[in-house]
Design a protein around this ligand. Sequence first.
Ligand code: GLN
Length: 285
Amino acid sequence: MIAISPGTSRIAARARAVDALAASGIETAALDARILVEEALGVTATDLALRGAEPVGEAGAERLASYLARRAGGEPVARIIGAWEFWGLTFGLSPDTLVPRPDTETLVEAALGLGLPADGPHRLADLGTGSGCILVALLTEWPRARGLGLDRSHGALLTARANAVRNGVSDRAAFAAGDWAASLAGPFDVVVANPPYIASEVVDGLDGEVRDHDPRLALDGGPDGLDAYRAILAQVPRLLAPGGRLVVEIGYDQEEALRELAAAHGLATASRRDLAGHPRVVAMT
Ligand code: GLN
């Protein structure tokens, strides 16, 4: 148990939080402590900077102690606070949704880089929408676009809908249950997907923070990790409007495999690299 005494200053509580997480072997102790302190005490970074000497109340101290214990036990910060930032927007999470990853912003960039006019009435579909992060981000960038988020998980759909409301795009977003594109009627100008793409046997060996806290459905791409792409490519080409594009996130070593799958469906590909320099997104047309 990491005790935080009520009455200690906010700054002292934060210092204690950093020390406690570092002592538990958390490499991002300073960043994690800052986020957890702000959330537990209901304060902003500015409050901490300008009013750091104010005392922590009893409820805040208790909440912080419980958050720190969970973090020290390996639970990701995003799961503890139930929300995460993506594309500068905040997304609520549930056990049914993947935590949005910074790499996935590469997919949003790739879609925005397709050359569609920003004010066009684009028709979008997001397959395996999860938290809805990709669809919602694109709808905020394309103010006249409309989009459909599809997911097999009803829990995820509820979360995605709430995230569309929270980020002001719910009048242009619809959500439906479905298995990839099997139930969809097109045409769509842009279909995006960040499907599960990790080979089943690799999933078990993933870092515990991912394996034990992200939904397996969101990670496991079947024996070779490519099942979802096969299912999508079997359906999506018929759903694309003339000139329409399919844009998918891939694992760092899957570019060649995707090129071959796309070619088998008569689609040309272009890929985009993430910040680490790995091919991360493939656009097909
Ligand atoms: N589309 C969601 C995301 O990118 C969910 C993806 C998934 O669960 N594989 O975060």
